[in-house]
Write a protein that binds this ligand. Structure first.
Ligand code: PSU
Ligand code: MN
Length: 302
């Protein structure tokens, strides 16, 4: 294996044994949530994966070393460093963080790259990046990575801070199948449906695993997006989410925020504007996605 990678003993042993492993990102710890919700959510996702009989592998760069399977202490350390002390790492950022011995939190794109290097085919997160509202030139590196790296990403769709129709267009261009897990429409993260059609509904972990396995049999090197609606009881009313998102996006434009800072800024403002209610839906989606990802990893391994 690549000598920049440092696997925890537990993750190394699980991969050797062919047991199910689920990769997790670290940007949501440093840039997605405030403390202590970030640590609690990261650990709750790990617990949900273990409860399904799989092993969690949270990924980050620590002092230039790519760690796969962070300890609880390492998760606390990253959370303590926060946005200011940790580089947000998509594809372009990984060589900088590794080469210069920095700390890095992996985004969806960054986590996919590392998971693929380590041989972990399934990854759970909350929302993927996409095309930003009003800024069709701002296309998240997540979408391009999905087009070139064979990892299954289990998510709750994308937040409607993004332009969801344009995001689906880019995914189509990139050749990424978008599956709806128990749904016929694209989930809109805080709410269960955006009303937009996905490519195919699947209803079981086995069906999702069959699509992933067929992608490999065909030698197609792209990602698969598996979208899972937030649990009904935890969804945020659409009006409330929409109002907060519209205002936060407007503020980001007015403040001239751009590049990799847009997503953390908008997510932070939505949290404040909904008095933390968005956080409840967010955490519920993350934990649910971790559980579904573990089931799919189990079906793939079995
Ligand atoms: N969307 C969310 N929560 C997040 C992110 C996106 O709802 O925490 C993070 C993920 O790590 C994602 C990244 O990969 O933001 C996308 O950033 P950008 O839009 O700059 O590509
Ligand atoms: Mn962007």
């Amino acid at each position: 294996m690549n000598d920049a990678l440092f696997l925890s003993n537990e993750v190394g042993a699980a991969l050797l044994a062919g047991s199910p492993v689920v990769a997790l990102e670290s940007t949501l710890i440093t840039h997605g949530f405030p403390y202590p919700a970030n640590v609690e959510t990261a650990l709750a996702m790990e617990d949900a994966i273990r409860a399904e009989g799989a092993i969690p592998a949270t990924i980050a760069v620590m002092d230039g070393r790519i760690k796969i399977g962070l300890s609880r202490d390492e998760i606390e350390t990253l959370a303590g460093l926060g946005q200011a002390g940790v580089r947000k790492c998509s594809r372009r950022d990984l060589p900088i963080a590794v080469g210069l011995g920095q700390h890095g939190a992996t985004t969806v794109a960054g986590t996919m790259i590392v998971a693929h290097m380590a041989g972990i085919p399934v990854f759970a997160t909350g929302g993927i990046g996409g095309v930003h509202r009003g800024h069709p030139e701002d296309i998240s590196a997540d979408l391009i990575e999905l087009g070139r790296t064979p990892i299954a990403v289990v998510c709750a769709g994308a937040k409607s801070i993004l332009d969801l129709p344009l995001t689906l267009e880019v995914l189509e261009t990139q050749g990424v199948p978008v599956l709806g897990y128990g749904t016929d429409t694209l989930p809109a993260f805080y709410s269960r449906s955006s009303g937009l059609p996905i490519d195919q509904r699947v209803d079981t972990p086995q069906q999702a695993a069959s699509v992933i396995a067929a992608r490999d049999r065909l030698g197609l090197g792209h990602g698969v997006l598996i979208t899972v609606p937030v649990p009904e009881a935890d969804a945020l009313p659409v009006d409330e989410a929409e109002m907060a998102i519209a205002q936060a996006t407007h503020e980001a434009d007015a403040a001239g925020i751009h590049g990799k800072d847009v997503t953390p800024f908008v997510l932070g403002r939505v949290l404040e504007l909904t008095s933390g209610r968005s956080q409840h839906a967010n955490i519920a989606a993350l934990v649910n996605n971790a559980r579904v990802a573990a089931q799919i990893a189990g079906a793939l391994a079995g």
